[in-house]
Ligand binder design. Structure first.
Ligand SMILES: [Zn+2]
Length: 156
């Protein structure tokens, strides 16, 4: 979504805060959840163990709309609300499809990856109108390799 909306640095920060970092609340619940259910239970599709244990903060409740909506005023695309709402929507999708969560997550992941490749390919195509998909993938591969080797070089 961030690529699609062509966010700037500040907007990316806000988008990741409201869309991803809000799951940091699970870290506070982890010690108790693990002591009650064991370490392997971390991999369960849901941490709802039937005990009523709150492993999500109120930020994961629709009631948080009342806090997020005012914070979104003035932002292009109402970014805080858009990314928070998408996170909440994805969480609801996961709960609704919990019996097939591995399949649903794989489909959502594949769609997101395809979208990223499509957007990046279209942007690259502007600079290389004659370029093929194969040349684009070679370009991505080469730039990833050069980034990795640059990082390796700078760490010594
Ligand atoms: Zn979440």
């Amino acid at each position: 979504m961030g690529l699609l909306l062509n966010l700037d640095r500040h907007e990316w920060f806000v988008a990741l805060t409201f869309g991803v970092l809000m799951d940091a609340d699970h870290l506070f619940a982890t010690p108790r959840y693990v002591s009650d259910n064991g370490l392997a239970a971390i991999l369960r599709p849901t941490w709802d163990d039937g005990s009523g244990f709150q492993w999500r903060s109120l930020f994961h409740d629709p009631i948080a709309f009342g806090v997020v909506a005012p914070l979104a005023i003035g932002w292009r695309f109402l970014i805080p609300l858009l990314f928070w709402g998408t996170h909440i929507g994805m969480d609801y999708l996961q709960v609704w499809t919990i019996d097939h969560s591995a399949l649903v997550e794989a489909v959502v992941f594949a769609l997101a990856c395809s979208g990223i490749v499509f957007i990046e390919y279209r942007r690259w195509k502007v600079t290389m109108p004659e370029g093929s998909l194969r040349e684009f993938l070679l370009h991505v591969s080469a730039s990833l390799r050069s980034r990795v080797s640059a990082r390796r070089f700078s760490s010594h």
